[in-house]
Design a protein around this ligand. Structure first.
Ligand SMILES: [Zn+2]
Length: 278
């Protein structure tokens, strides 16, 4: 059984060696009925995760700041940084996340799918009533210091839409967000974490300085940067093991959640089960 103090101690040691980019989606209470992929993290759990990282001594930065600390110059990031990122642009990023970021005085990066702005959230049960951020809410986040990144126009799997489709989706979303927020919009997130050479080319051509995916799909290169995906199911043990790179959802059975000797292949299979969405 892992205690909070043990987690803090282990992460404090890790902080001297490395940095993290974390991938979230929604922030709100969740249930298997409305949110079968557990894409929402409850505010209480998110606060616990932020406080654990803070107490372990991590400094919170935007994804672009993380990239600028090393990957942009061909090196891993400086150790001791953590970038919180949120994909899609869920309305609760404005309602629940933004006040939390203000409370802690920390930044975050939100990747917005521009064609979904103001529409019902397509990943939750229709009767959940949850929608995506409106353009005005995206602007309010940007004005409050949140980094806004692009996440395509329509959230396709970019490995399936060909070079023209990639260009349209990648460049199109950047143009919309630059005009809307009056910010540079220099970071991009691949939907479903999926990418291929055509998607990476489109990101490069569109002028993005960084692009992010998930564990098993990338590395520390600026245009294929890995993030650790956190779900609404993660408790203290799985959250900590994920950060240590020793978590395997296939082995995540209570009460012993220690994943030993998980191979990269196994971990990748686990991620695909857990993170069909991205
Ligand atoms: Zn997404």
């Amino acid at each position: 059984m892992i205690t909070r103090e043990l987690a803090r101690t282990v992460l404090a040691a890790e902080r001297r060696k490395r940095s993290f980019a974390l991938c979230y989606h929604g922030v709100g209470e969740t249930s298997i009925r409305i949110d079968p992929r557990f894409l929402r993290v409850s505010p209480r759990r998110l606060r616990g995760q932020i406080e654990l990282l803070r107490d372990a001594g991590f400094a919170f930065v935007t994804l672009s700041e993380l990239v600028e600390s090393g990957p942009a110059h061909g090196r891993p990031p400086l150790p001791g940084l953590v970038a919180l990122t949120f994909d899609d642009g869920w309305a609760d990023n404005y309602d629940a996340l933004l006040p939390m970021l203000r409370d802690y005085g920390i930044p975050a990066t939100i990747y917005v799918t521009t064609g979904l702005m103001g529409r019902p959230n397509p990943w939750l049960a229709p009767d959940s009533g949850v929608r995506m951020m409106t353009p005005e809410e995206v602007v309010a986040c940007a004005r409050d210091g949140v980094e806004i990144g692009a996440h395509t126009l329509t959230h396709p799997d970019l490995s399936l839409v060909g070079p023209e489709g990639c260009r349209r989706e990648v460049m199109g979303s950047r143009t919309v967000l630059r005009e809307l927020t009056d910010t540079p919009v220099v970071s991009f997130a691949y939907p479903y974490f999926h990418l291929g050479p055509e998607a990476v080319d489109a990101v490069r051509e569109a002028g993005f300085a960084s692009a992010v995916t998930g564990i098993g799909y990338g590395d520390w290169s600026p245009l294929t940067l890995e993030r650790t995906a956190i779900s609404g199911k993660d408790r203290l043990a799985s959250f900590t093991l994920k950060l240590l790179g020793r978590y395997d959802p296939l082995l995540d059975s209570a009460p012993v959640r220690v994943a030993r000797g998980a191979t990269r292949t196994l971990r990748r299979r686990g991620w695909e089960l857990l993170e069909r969405h991205g």
